[in-house]
Design a binder for this molecule. Sequence first.
Ligand SMILES: [Zn+2]
Length: 321
Amino acid sequence: MPSLIHKLSALALCCATLSAWLGYPAPAMASAPLAKVRNPGFYKMMLGKFEVTALLDENSPWPGQLEELFPKMSAEEKASVRSRTHLSANVDFSTIAFLVNTGSKLILIDAGGGRVENYGQIFANLQAAGYLPEQVDDVFITHMHPDHIGGLSDASRRNFPNATVHADQREMPQYQAMAAKNNATGRTVLAKITPYIDAGKYQTFNGDTTFYPGLRSIASYGHSDGHSFYAIESDGQKMVFWGDFVVNEKVQFDLPDSIPPGERDAQAGIVLRRKVFGEAARHGYLIGGAHMPFPGVGRLRSLGSSYVFVAQDYAALPNRS
Ligand SMILES: [Zn+2]
């Protein structure tokens, strides 16, 4: 009895012979121009009853990123981390804000860099994800570097007109001091926050603070004076938003003591990473990173003295209808 393969081969031969005999052109593979359509810039997932949406604000190649981000790494460390992690010297760098819908509050964690260069994409991505800026109740700021607060306002106009902005009380003074010396970054940061202060919609907190059930801040000073994590919990599941605690997951999980750029207190950052990386791997909670590869969501696995980022599995939920 002929096998299935033999039957299919015979059928193919028969069809080819028939089309030649009938004068039809032989079937050819059609070529199509590249469809230059962007990837979606949002990603939704459920954490218990909370809906979490990662919003891409910016993604661009960063030539020579490894050298720029970690200038203190030795040549041997760079070579070894690159061979272990397949990290290219020129990798794409994402900036991500996270939207959390608790069912009673719509919360934004960081606001992206604003409408400069490639930044400012969270506005389109927020709408593509089914929300409007007017619906945001609270914006929680991990820290006030421009790529995290630039999206708050444009020329005195609040981009989230109904939202209250929250930040640790230690964060703003460094920029006030810089602005007093006419420093451009200091002035930019103040210009972004001031419209909320003027509207009575800026609130500070002091270290670890619970805002409402399922949302709290965790002091994580080091990258900046008032750098804060935000932890959300629902139905026994937990996710912690890390801001700039890790700016490159391949390097920093492989070499946890490596020093990222722009640290206010590099030693405090190292001590905190040794503690928090171990804790995250032990407890297995989800992490949301502002500069990890989009959507920046995953867990940590310990390898002893180093760690591996285990990305969250993709799921099309919750919008399957
Ligand atoms: Zn950043």
